[in-house]
Design a protein around this ligand. Structure first.
Ligand SMILES: *Cc1c(COP(=O)(O)O)cnc(C)c1O
Length: 361
């Protein structure tokens, strides 16, 4: 068996220890004689798995008691609609920050339900920076403010949290959740598709302050109503049980890494090594992103000579470093280095990049 270092932006690598535990428990979970995949979601075995996963997440993120944790389906993309459906609460306007492709998608979907006020946009600069908070044109009566703390495609990450006062703050943490500590109490709602930093596709986490629930727009389907999911402990319908179980294994693994503070130290070190290699290449490699908002999770970079892109990718794959091609809308390269990317993977990439630059520079 030979495993590669997979730099995919999502689906993405999982911690090897988690895969090994899932493998060991595949046919017989904890003496139940069943795979987790075969269990009733309402049986005592799965109920214990579900409760433990939530308890571990609450512990590692220090989620206050007045927040609900929902284990939903539909991906982060469904949240783009569920957020206005649930959080407009009689208002008509919602504020959105436009810092990249995912912000733009969230805005487009919200426009079905709300008058969207784009408080700031970095589109003109090709989405390579974070707009200074002082420049935001917030509306007087917004139901909430939505932003994307880490833009997965262009690798732009907010180094600060907007202080929106009484306006509920909503964040798409899909590609940065669990990478560093967050103060959940600053947010009204946090959501994340699981397939980047949590586990499997098919699970979407929502962490929401409970006083915001219960007032949906007319016609909201039951499956899109947070309160119905909250009142049913995310079992209003059949939940994505295996993805929920696997998320639980990842939460335990994060605890073993020293929780979010431990993860942050490792992630910062990994990111700094990679950005340092780009900077030290004398212009052979370049980062398009402003220095104050370079993502710890997604590191796009270009080669000064784009004709070397293809050989770079081919030789990297030969060396066991895969899925480094940049998003089709950006070009160049992108190394996604989520929690599960071992530091040895970043070290291998850095030394490959140095060798490649030496040979071709
Ligand atoms: C991947 C991603 C999404 C889309 O997630 P789906 O689960 O595929 O709907 C949304 N927002 C961000 C920031 C992402 O990285």
């Amino acid at each position: 068996m030979k495993r590669v270092f997979n730099f995919s932006a999502g689906l993405a690598m999982l911690p090897q220890a988690v895969l090994e535990q899932a493998q060991a428990e595949m046919l017989d979970w904890n003496g139940s004689g069943m795979s987790v995949m075969e269990m009733s979601h309402r049986g005592k075995e799965f109920m214990s798995i579900a409760a433990q996963a939530e308890a571990d997440l609450r512990e590692i993120m220090a989620i206050p008691a007045n927040y609900k944790v929902l284990f939903l389906q539909g991906g982060a993309s469904s949240q783009f609609a569920m957020i206005p459906m649930n959080l407009l609460r009689g208002k008509t306007t919602a504020d959105y920050v436009d810092t990249g492709d995912w912000s733009a998608k969230a805005i487009k979907e919200a426009r079905r339900f709300a008058e969207v006020n784009v408080v700031a946009s970095t589109k003109e600069g090709n989405y390579t920076s974070v707009p200074a908070f002082e420049t935001w044109q917030c509306s007087a009566d917004a139901a909430y403010l939505h932003y994307t703390p880490n833009e997965t495609i262009r690798g732009v990450e907010f180094p600060w949290v907007p202080a929106t006062g009484d306006v509920p703050l909503v964040a798409d943490l899909s590609s940065t959740i669990l990478s560093r500590p967050v103060d959940v109490s600053k947010y009204a709602l946090i959501y994340a598709g699981a397939q980047k930093n949590i586990g499997l596709a098919g699970l979407t986490l929502v962490i929401v302050r409970e006083d915001l629930l219960g007032e949906t727009v007319v016609g909201t389907p039951a499956m899109f109503d947070y309160k119905i999911h909250a009142d049913n402990d995310s079992m209003y319908n059949t939940p994505p049980t295996y993805a929920w179980y696997l998320a639980g294994l990842v939460f335990q693994w994060v605890k073993q890494q020293g929780g979010l503070a431990g993860m942050a130290a490792i992630n910062q070190r990994k990111a700094e090594k990679l950005y340092a290699a780009i900077e030290a290449s004398g212009g052979f490699y370049n980062s398009p992103v402003a220095a104050n908002c370079r993502s710890w999770m997604n590191v796009p970079f270009t080669l000064a000579n784009a004709e070397l892109d293809k050989p770079f990718l081919a030789e990297a794959a030969q060396a066991g470093l895969t899925t480094l091609k940049g998003h089709r809308s950006v070009g160049g390269m992108r190394a996604s280095i989520y929690n599960a990317m071992p530091e040895a993977g970043v070290d291998a990439l850095v030394s490959f990049m140095q060798d490649f630059a030496q040979k071709n520079g």
